[in-house]
Design a protein around this ligand. Structure first.
Ligand code: NAP
Length: 250
């Protein structure tokens, strides 16, 4: 992959303010893409935008609640009106609201499904139209190994991530003939705010299930995204790439 693999491309990264999304935004910017950094508020994306600009890259912040269909639609209309297209879409924004099934509230289910699954549908359906017209596009969705194997206390998250994987495979089939690839990445446990909240005993237990014996970094995921977005990955679509230190081997 050349240093400026993504020159001239416009990439939209949701969840770009922190963790994995931030690492993806920085990585694609370093390789020349202009990055639209979406998160809940302009304030939260500001530091990623500043870091990209400080490195000589191009970036803009975008405040969108990805769980809201209308908010995503308006954002897409505004972006397409101004930029004409998005070449690389990275669906990364996500939350978890863990609870045992017997205690899980409607709000916990609905919030996770809206943020981690429905958002992928909303962004993809609006932004794929110009990709189809241009006969080029990359759609990359950050799922999770939990969407492959399930997890106690995470029925909502597991269902949303499994749905995101099945959505990706269907999109891949629909858009393959237009030179648009759709792939999912299934991270294992990555050091971010999402996992920082776990008690030490749980982290130890998780580590013991990872053959590589360590949590991953956001950059580990960003490397995989950069590859799937590149020209070298032009013949890979409908794939789920685990980035998990060997945790789930299938
Ligand atoms: P994180 O550090 O908690 O960051 C979450 C990001 O999503 C933030 O940028 C946040 O924006 C954004 N976001 C959340 N809800 C949003 C909403 N309604 N509208 C707009 N933006 C929203 O999470 P992370 O660990 O980097 O995870 C990123 C993705 O990887 C998620 O989809 C997660 O499920 C997945 N993943 C993570 C791990 C892991 O171990 N960390 C493992 C597997 C998969 P604000 O800053 O504005 O809140």
């Amino acid at each position: 992959m050349g240093e400026r693999e993504h020159s001239g491309k416009i990439a939209l990264v949701t969840g770009a303010s922190r963790g994995i999304g931030r690492a993806i935004a920085l990585r694609l910017a370093r390789e020349g893409a202009k990055i639209l950094c979406a998160s809940r508020s302009l304030a939260s994306s500001a530091s990623t935008v500043e870091a990209i600009r400080a490195g000589g890259g191009e970036a803009e912040p975008l405040a969108v609640d990805v769980s809201q269909s209308v908010a995503v639609q308006l954002a897409c209309e505004e972006i397409l009106g101004r930029q004409g297209r998005v070449d690389i879409l990275v669906n990364c924004a996500g939350i978890n609201r863990d609870n045992l099934l017997l205690r899980m509230r409607d709000e916990e289910w609905d919030a996770v499904v809206a943020t981690d699954l429905s958002s992928c549908f909303h962004w993809t359906r609006h932004l794929c139209r110009p990709m189809v017209r241009n006969r080029w596009g990359r759609i990359i969705t950050i799922a999770s190994v939990i969407g492959l194997v399930g997890n106690g206390g995470q029925a909502n998250y597991a269902a949303a991530k499994a749905g995101a994987i099945a959505f990706t495979k269907s999109v891949a089939r629909e858009l393959a003939s237009r030179n648009i690839t759709a792939n999912a990445i299934a991270p294992g446990f990555i050091e971010t705010d999402m996992t920082a909240a776990l008690p030490e005993a749980i982290r130890e237990k998780i580590r013991s299930q990872i053959p590589m014996d360590t949590l991953g970094s956001p950059e580990d995921v960003a490397h995989a995204v950069a590859f799937l977005a590149s020209e070298q990955a032009r013949y890979i679509t409908g794939h789920v790439l685990n980035v998990d230190g060997g945790m789930v081997m299938a």
